[in-house]
Design a protein around this ligand. Structure first.
Ligand SMILES: [Zn+2]
Ligand SMILES: [Zn+2]
Length: 262
């Protein structure tokens, strides 16, 4: 009996104390954002292993079957890279490459716009980024970022419709969220539903250049009906009974002609 116990104990000791002859890691490389953090990599080995080398900006914690890798915020101003080397018995190693960015690498918003009714309210947009985000909200809106969410608030709007751009920046990355809020009155047309025709500047007629080399200027009018605001002319040298002058205004593109806030 003693012999058997001795045998079992020595076998256990041999297995547990013997350096691994094979080490496999679940990930050959890990990367950290500028902010740093903690990541763990699974280690499969047939014996003992230890961390034989690691960059000085990395903190490792080798546990049973896993290595936990930690790093603080990268204040160095440059991307840093290094290797963590796990060692088993002589000549048996596994390497995990580690990289940490020095800048924010992306800002990805789940939506590029946020819309409010005139009553106002609060909306949230999920943001994926790896740095510290700066948020700038336009007049009439307030916005803040925390834990992956951009929260945008608009107060009740008694005036005209509002719109603006929320600017998100993080180092040299940037993103824009378009914010809008309906109002009582369309801001662009002041509630009339119409705006001055941009082509004829409200005149209803547009000046056209008549090349005297090809066309007799006396029979082709140099002012022709503005088609953009409803004018019509069939192109004959004389205005026929059907021709009409443009109204000088077009449907407001902001409110679609309703004059109401949107
Ligand atoms: Zn309008
Ligand atoms: Zn016009």
């Amino acid at each position: 009996m003693k012999k058997i116990v001795f045998f079992i104990v020595t076998t256990l000791l041999l297995v547990s104390c013997g350096g691994a002859s094979s080490i496999e890691v679940s990930e050959n490389q890990v990367s950290f954002s500028i902010e740093g953090g903690e990541k763990s990599v699974n280690v499969t080995a047939d014996g003992t292993w230890s961390v034989s080398d690691s960059p000085d900006w990395i903190n490792t914690d080798a546990q049973n079957g896993v290595i936990i890798i930690r790093t603080a915020r990268n204040e160095s101003g440059a991307v840093r890279e290094g290797n963590i080397v796990l060692k088993g018995k002589s000549g048996v190693e596994a390497t995990i490459k580690v990289k940490q960015f020095s800048k924010c690498t992306h800002i990805t918003a789940a939506s590029s716009k946020v819309e409010f009714e005139k009553e106002g309210g609060t909306e949230t947009i999920a943001i994926d980024t790896d740095g510290s985000l700066q948020v700038e909200a336009p007049e009439g809106f307030s916005a803040s970022y925390e834990n992956g969410n951009l929260t945008v608030t608009a107060q009740a709007n008694e005036g005209g419709a509002k719109r603006g751009e929320i600017k998100l920046t993080c180092d040299d990355q940037s993103a824009t969220i378009y914010a809008s809020q309906k109002g009582n009155v369309c801001q662009r047309c002041g509630g009339t539903g119409k705006i001055t025709c941009p082509k004829c500047k409200g005149k209803g007629l547009v000046h056209v250049y008549v090349n005297p080399e090809f066309v007799d200027p006396s029979i082709v009018p140099d002012q022709q009906p503005c088609e953009k605001c409803g004018g019509y002319w069939d192109g004959t040298t004389e205005y026929t009974a059907e021709w009409r002058q443009g109204s000088g205004h077009i449907k407001c593109p902001d409110c679609g002609g309703t004059g109401t806030g949107h």
